[in-house]
Ligand binder design. Sequence first.
Ligand code: AMP
Length: 121
Amino acid sequence: MSYDDNNIFAKILRGEIPCKKIYEDEFVLSFHDINPQKKVHALVIPKGKYVNLEDFTSKATSEEIAGLMKGISTVAKKIGISSIDNGGFRTLSNVGENGGQEVPHLHFHLFGGEKVGRMVQ
Ligand code: AMP
């Protein structure tokens, strides 16, 4: 699976285009989705060059995988949608054409701040 260095999230990671940053650590970057589908709509992406979830789980280190999973929970807490002290949220990752993936850099969507609704429409 070849990675396209010119995808929009690669450019955000390189600082070539701006984002509304929420959180960053050695493994992940998180920012607000440019076209929010719910009251709160954040994205969490790994810093490594991975096309999608399958590419990530086949090539990433255990530290990177743990770092991304932890990053999702850290971001949820930071933006006030955690299930622990707020109402909770939905996270999902679109994989490939049938999954509806548009940007070919692995990303998890976090939706919350209101009832998210049906899982699949
Ligand atoms: P997906 O269909 O899962 O690949 O989702 C891609 C997401 O990236 C969509 O929700 C877009 O609104 C979002 N997106 C595209 N460009 C940007 C950008 N420059 N900054 C933030 N979010 C973006």
